[in-house]
Design a binder for this molecule. Structure first.
Ligand SMILES: Nc1ncnc2c1ncn2[C@@H]1O[C@H](COP(=O)(O)OP(=O)(O)OP(=O)(O)O)[C@@H](O)[C@H]1O
Length: 248
C-alpha cells in the first residue's frame, strides 16, 4: 500500500504566556501506521495532541488532515471528519450505563455519516455500540453504571467510545494508565486490531507497550521533536536516553 499522509503539521506552536509548550513542530503520520509519541513529563505531548483534536487553539503553524487544512476548525468538526481523541482525564458519563456511553458516541458517528437532521436508525446504533464494546472486552459489563467501573475499565470504555465514532485517526493519551498487566496485554492486541482499520497515535509512558506496538516513535522534549524513528532506532539513540535521564 502506498504511504499516504493522513495528518501533517507544519511549524506548529502553542505557547502559554512565555512557556513554549509546543514549538515549531513539523510532524507527519501515514495512514494505517501506529505512531507512539513519547517524551519526559511536561514535554508537550498532551498539548500537541490537544492541538490536533482542536481542544485548544494553535499559537501558530498549520494542521492538515486528509489533505485539507483543519487548523481553524472546531473540535466537533474534526470528530466528524474522522479524528477521535480519548482524553488523559476520563471523559465518560459516569451516571450512564456502559452501553449508553457507547451508544452516545455511536450516535454522533451515525449523524456524521447521515447528516444531523436524519432519523437515527436504532438498530444501526445498537449494532455499532455493541460492536465497539465487544472489541474492547466490555460487552459483559454493558449494563453497569460507568462510574462504578474500575479506573482501567473506564479507560477501555473511552477507547470503545472512540471506536464507536469510526475514526480514521484515533488518538490515545496514556491509555494503559491504571490497567493491570493482563489488561495491558489485551489492550495491545486491541490496538493492533484497531490499526487494521484506522491510524493510531498513542501517547504512552509504558516502554514495553511502545516498543511492541509502534511502527515509528516520535520523541518530544521541551516542546520540540527530538527525533523520530523505528523502535530499534529510538532504543539505540543516545540523545533520547539523555532526555529521559534529565540530561537533555
Ligand atoms: N493550560 C495550560 N496553561 C499553562 N501551561 C500549560 C497548560 N497546559 C500545559 N501547560 C504546560 O505546558 C507544558 C507541556 O505540558 P503537557 O501536558 O503537554 O506535557 P506532557 O508531555 O503531556 O506531560 P505528561 O507526560 O506529564 O502528561 C508543561 O510545562 C505544562 O505545565
Amino acid at each position: 500500500m502506498a504511504a499516504v499522509t493522513i495528518l501533517e503539521t507544519k511549524g506548529l506552536s502553542r505557547h502559554f504566556g512565555g512557556l513554549k509548550a509546543v514549538q515549531n513542530v513539523d510532524f507527519e503520520i501515514r495512514q494505517g501506521e501506529i505512531r507512539a509519541l513519547i517524551g519526559p513529563n511536561g514535554a508537550g505531548k498532551t498539548t500537541f495532541v490537544s492541538l490536533l483534536s482542536g481542544r485548544i487553539p494553535v499559537s501558530s503553524g498549520t494542521i492538515s488532515f486528509m489533505g485539507s487544512d483543519i487548523t481553524a476548525k472546531p473540535a466537533f468538526r474534526r470528530v466528524r471528519e474522522g479524528i477521535a481523541y480519548t482524553f488523559q482525564i476520563t471523559s465518560i458519563y459516569p451516571n450512564l450505563s456502559v452501553y449508553e456511553n457507547a451508544a452516545l458516541a455511536a450516535q454522533s458517528a451515525l449523524q456524521r455519516h447521515r447528516g444531523f437532521l436524519s432519523r437515527i436508525d436504532r438498530k444501526a446504533l445498537d449494532a455499532d455500540a455493541l460492536a465497539a464494546l465487544e472489541r474492547v472486552g466490555l460487552i459483559e459489563r454493558r449494563e453497569v453504571i460507568a462510574g462504578n467501573l474500575s479506573y482501567g475499565h473506564q479507560r477501555l470504555l473511552e477507547v470503545a467510545m472512540g471506536l464507536a465514532l469510526k475514526p480514521k485517526l484515533l488518538i490515545l493519551d496514556e491509555p494503559t494508565q491504571g490497567l493491570s498487566d493482563g489488561e495491558i496485554e489485551n489492550f495491545c492486541g486491541l490496538v493492533k486490531e484497531i490499526a487494521k482499520t484506522a491510524t493510531v497515535l498513542l501517547i504512552e509512558h509504558n516502554m514495553p507497550v511502545v516498543m511492541q506496538l509502534a511502527d515509528r516513535i516520535t520523541v518530544l522534549n521541551h516542546g520540540e521533536i527530538l527525533t523520530s524513528g523505528t523502535p530499534e532506532e529510538i532504543r539505540a539513540d543516545r540523545t533520547v536516553q539523555e532526555a529521559y535521564l534529565g540530561g537533555g
